[in-house]
Each structure stands twice: as structure tokens, then as C-alpha cells.
Design a protein around this ligand. Sequence first.
Ligand code: TYM
Length: 351
Amino acid sequence: MPEAGNKKQVFSGVQPTGKLHLGNYIGALSQWVENQTRYDNIFCIVDLHALTIAEAVRPALLREKTREVAALYLACGVDPEKSIVFVQSHIPAHAELTWILNCVTTVGWIERMTQYKSKAAQVESVSTGLLDYPVLQAADILLYRTDLVPVGEDQKQHIELTADIAHRFNRLFGEAFVIPQPLLRAEGARIMGFDDPMTKMSKSRGEIQKGHAIGLLDSADTIREVILGAVTDSSMETHFDHASPAVRNLLTIYEVLSGRTRLEIEAHFEGKGYNYLKREVADVVINRLAPIRNRYLEINRDRAYLECILQRGAERAWTIAESTLRHVQELVGIGPWASRKTDCPPGNIGR
Ligand code: TYM
């Protein structure tokens, strides 16, 4: 196996479907950026994952969304000098490793995934790809010898499955994979919808339901409108431990984005009422998202710049992915003979 560097390896990704929202930012992207100098980072736009519900795929839109997500990574502060940024489908090794991992993954394991169960309940016909989604995710992670996967809470089960798959492969064929761990925020790993504090903020629901989510590119007016319209309750409770789920969600967003301590926050909001709380939450969200939106617009003016970043990212990622895949192929007994350096005189083929 190639030598690992001193820093831990981080890998994470976002699906280029729907509108990226505040939950994606708080649960995933903001922690990528906060930890960027501490780790070696690879951030991927997982477009193969966006194919699992074929009826919903719009090819031109998928390409556009893939670019949009890449531009948003950079706009949120992912620095291509410090992190590798690339598109999943640009590296065929992801699909190839998925096949090999499929063969060490039991159907029972993937049928237990809660995200699969809830997505399968929403579509008329369930594709094999939808069921296999977490194995492709495992391939993403394992190809890059990932130690840590910074994600929101909804992805924890997929990372645990990845660890199970890696263990099983290593046991059956020999040491190939590092066992990854999820990296979750202590607070903000699960941001809830503003319209319903019992439902996780989601891209699909955000597309159809006004007042559910805040998009990373929404205007200040829209952000204010959504937050001022957020569901609350009839008490005046603004202490983290006693607040209702809806108010706690607002407090958590404020906590992550303001960087203030809980004690400071509780003292600040004590007895001020929910309207005040909402206005303050809207302000911290706007202050955080406005520069992201501006940077995004700037990046989008120069399409060639983004394409170069993605091409260079794919080249760097490919070097790592290829060496892992070759090693795995060797271990399971497949792959090109050429890797064994047989001398082949020309003209012998077919005799
Ligand atoms: P996706 O595109 O659904 O979400 C991207 C990231 O955002 C997090 N997230 C949230 N965090 C807090 N509160 C929320 N309401 C919220 N909603 C979403 C997600 O946990 C995720 O971190 N399967 C992944 C994509 C993926 C991936 C990977 C991730 C594919 N391969 C390898 C990590 C490593 C997904 O669909 O994320």
C-alpha cells in the first residue's frame, strides 16, 4: 500500500440534486472549511448518486447542478490549493470498486438502511441503484483511504456500513482499506425544517414546500421571510434544554453561525420573545450566506476557471483511486495482466 501522509484523510461529498440548503452548509460544508488546514481533504460532487431515481433525471440540468455544487464548494471556502475537488463520474474507479464491494456486501445490510427505506417509500419503482446507493458511497470513501467523513447525522449509518464492508473485505482478501469514521458536529448535525421541526431540512422538500428550507443562494429578503415565518410555540422558552424542538432548531442555527457560547446566547435571548430571536437568527444567516452568494456569482462568471479546478482535481484524485483499485484487484485476483509485466511478443494474439 502507498504510504499515508501525517495528516488524517478526509473525504466527503454532496449530491447535485435540488437546492443546497442551510442544513447542508451547517452539517457538512461549514465543517469541511473549518477543518481544511487540519486534514488532507477530498471533496467530491457525487453525480453518479444523482442517477438512482431515473425518472427524475434531467441530463442537462444534472450537468448544470454538478457545476453549481462545485462552484458552491469554492464559494463556501473550499480552497483548491488545500483540497482536491472533483466530480465522481470523472473517475471510473468509483463504479468499478462498487462492483467489487457489492460482492462482499449482504443484501440484508443495505436493506436495513433507513435512507433507502424512506426513499423507496416515495417512488413508484425502486431501482437497484437506489438500493445499492450506500455501496457506491462506500467505494467513494474507501478509494481514498479515508479516516474521517464529515457529514450530517443522516449519513452516519452509511459510514458505519462502509466500515462494515471494509472490515469484511479486509478479512476475506487481506488489508486493503482504512476503516473510516463519521465526523459529526456536536451541534447542528441535523437541522430541521422551518415549517416542521420534526422533519429534517431536505433538498427535495425544500424544492416543493415554501418555508421549509433556506437555499444557500437565497436573497436576504427570502431568508428573512422564511425565518420570520418559522413555526414556534406559545411559550417564551429560549433555554437550550427546555426549548421546544422548533425553537431549539433556531437556537442551534444561531449557536453554530454566531460562534457564541450557550450561556451567552441564553442570556442574550432571555425574556425577549420569539420575534426578536427570529430577527437575530435571520441576521446571522444573512451575514454568513451573503458573501457566499457573491463569491458564487463571481466564480460563475468564469466557467473555464471552474473547469480547470475540476480537471486538476480529477487528475489528483485519479492517482490515489487508481493505486487503491489496483491493490484491490490484485487481492481479489482480477485486473489487467499488464500489471504483472509479462513480455508479449507482437503477432501472437489469436494463435
Ligand atoms: P446529501 O447531498 O444528501 O447531503 C450533503 C451533506 O449535507 C448533510 N445534510 C444535513 N446536515 C444537517 N442537517 C440537515 N438537515 C442535512 N441535510 C443534509 C448530509 O448529511 C451530507 O453530509 N449520500 C450523501 C452523498 C455522498 C457522500 C459520499 C457523503 C455520496 N458519497 C461519501 C460523504 C462521503 C448525500 O446524499 O448527501
